[in-house]
Ligand binder design. Structure first.
Ligand code: AMP
Ligand code: MG
Length: 495
């Protein structure tokens, strides 16, 4: 084949023992068509966008060709799904093509998702529909632009093949880029098999790749656990600060590198309500907005269990170490959340009452059915000009007096800081996005693509979300929540 220039694969996971994965190539598809290439990301990865967009490049992105240097594998993992342990899950519809080292020297997985069945597919077809593929593309890129650690989307291709879900849908393949695809569930896979040697190899792989500082620590595996706890605590705080609901925080969707991964039924909240759930399969609200920190902690406890044989020879001692490490989660999470809420409120200094001030605003938002994103954004305008207070107040239509009670407390707090209104507004606008992937906008973009092969709305939405903090008058409508008559929004698992 013609060489695919600029694909400098440098694989490390495929060098691990064979029981870590299954070796297999993607299953070719009938008629690959590139519908989106993330050129900026390609360049950061040291890849040549033109080569990727060429006929050979698209064949690779569709899984029809295996590029030189690629060692395609489907990764083995287990996981707790909604609290129930499944000893074998694995990449049922994804194949890791290989790793590249990006321009910043960071190793990145290049994975195809929707690339055909694997030995881990169970009853699934190994495929993905164009809607969920574009959904992951939109939301993961939006998260990246918001500054939240996340897997990225490099490309989307349609396959020219129908797949069957509730009805017939166009098939597609997403090229996903991740710091790695190691999950809590990867450790659980080996722990469930009492394969301590594999656990050690996996832990060493992860330390070398993500947490090299742990290698220097007196107890490297404890340091690894604490580092993962720190990243997950920070991650989940960032989710809450932008109103993101992951929707399916199973341990197999909990990244050891601390990135948001697996955009299935995720969605952003409009009106602030801590009990918000979008996913149709989350009947109990296990993964509701405000439950996410508790679930992250629970997932990390499952991770700690897998590390017990590595933490100490004596099992009581190992348990004590794990529990001590797990105990650091709360302070880290609360610290990250409080710091983030201060930034959202435009506070430059720290006072003991700040958390309560933030919480009381959130409570008022719940009572008022106020839009989470717009409340903080408009509050930035109010910081510079009290004439804008009315714009914020209008968002609390259901109960504006709860905002009226809160507002003077915030003003008193601001008065104890020297910053002027303009610099406060600038700081608040840098912390509070104006544009998030509003559910109705995402749905419109997906429907146009899936039903009419019209990618215009998808492209425009991506352009809006690429600069979420920068107000652009031509995109004013994208800042608005769904019209009230749209009803309750539901998401479905990304299959
Ligand atoms: P998820 O809910 O996307 O995290 O997936 C949970 C598990 O189901 C993983 O092992 C996936 O690989 C697998 N899976 C999801 N969809 C499919 C599919 N269409 N074909 C095969 N396996 C799938
Ligand atoms: Mg998953």
């Amino acid at each position: 084949m013609d060489a695919l220039p600029g694909l400098p694969f440098d694989n490390s996971y495929a060098k691990l023992p064979e029981r870590f994965y299954a070796r297999l190539a993607p299953t070719p598809v009938a008629a690959p068509r590139l519908v989106k290439l993330n050129e900026a990301l390609a360049l950061r990865l040291g890849l040549d966008p033109q080569a990727l967009a060429s006929a050979e490049g698209v064949e690779m992105l569709a899984g029809n060709r295996v590029a030189p240097g690629s060692e395609p594998i489907a990764l083995a993992y287990a996981g707790h799904q909604f609290g129930n342990f499944v000893p074998q899950l694995g990449d049922g519809r994804a194949i890791l093509l290989g790793e590249v080292v990006d321009r910043d020297g960071r190793r990145r997985d290049i994975q195809l998702k929707g690339s055909g069945p694997t030995p881990f597919s169970r009853n699934g077809d190994g495929r993905a529909a164009v809607g969920p593929v574009l959904r992951e593309y939109i939301v993961s890129e939006a998260m990246a632009a918001l500054g939240v650690p996340t897997t990225r989307s490099l490309a989307a291709v349609t396959t020219g093949e129908p797949i069957w879900r509730d009805g017939e849908l166009p098939g597609a393949v997403l090229t996903r880029v991740a710091s790695s695809h190691v999950r809590v569930g990867t450790f659980q896979f080996f722990a469930a098999r009492r394969d301590t040697e594999a656990l050690r190899l996996l832990a060493e792989h992860v330390i070398a790749r993500h947490y090299p500082e742990a290698r220097e620590a007196a107890e490297p595996y404890r340091a690894l656990f604490e580092a993962v706890i720190a990243r997950q605590a920070s991650l989940v705080a960032q989710w809450l600060l932008v109103g993101f609901i992951h929707g399916v925080m199973n341990t197999d969707n909990c990244s050891i590198a601390g990135e948001t991964i697996d955009y299935g039924p995720c969605a952003f909240m409009d009106a602030y309500n801590p009990e918000t759930v979008f996913s149709s399969i989350d009947q109990q609200g296990r993964y509701a907005y405000a439950h996410q920190p508790g679930i992250a902690h629970w997932n990390l406890a499952r991770f700690g269990e897998t590390l017990l044989p590595l933490l100490a020879d004596d099992s009581d001692k190992a348990l004590a170490i794990a529990n001590e490490a797990l105990g650091t989660f709360r302070d880290r999470y609360v610290g990250a959340l409080t710091g983030g809420l201060r930034r959202k409120l435009g506070l430059f200094t720290e006072e003991a009452g700040d958390s309560a001030l933030a919480q009381d605003l959130l409570n008022a938002m719940t009572d008022g059915l106020a839009d989470f994103t717009l409340t903080f954004r408009r509050l930035g305008d109010a910081a510079a000009d009290p004439a804008a207070d009315a714009e914020v107040r209008r968002l609390f239509a259901n109960k504006p007096d709860s905002f009226d009670v809160w507002l003077p407390r915030w003003r008193e707090r601001l008065a104890r800081e020297p910053q002027d209104g303009a610099s406060r507004r600038a700081a608040m606008h840098a912390a509070n996005p104006l544009y998030i992937p509003r559910n109705h906008r995402v749905e419109l973009a997906l429907a146009a693509a899936a039903e009419r092969e019209d990618y215009g709305p998808f492209e425009e939405l991506l352009a809006v979300l690429a600069k979420p903090f920068e107000e652009r008058p031509e995109f004013a409508a994208y800042a608005e929540p769904a019209p009230a008559d749209q009803g309750v929004y539901r998401t479905f698992c990304g299959t």
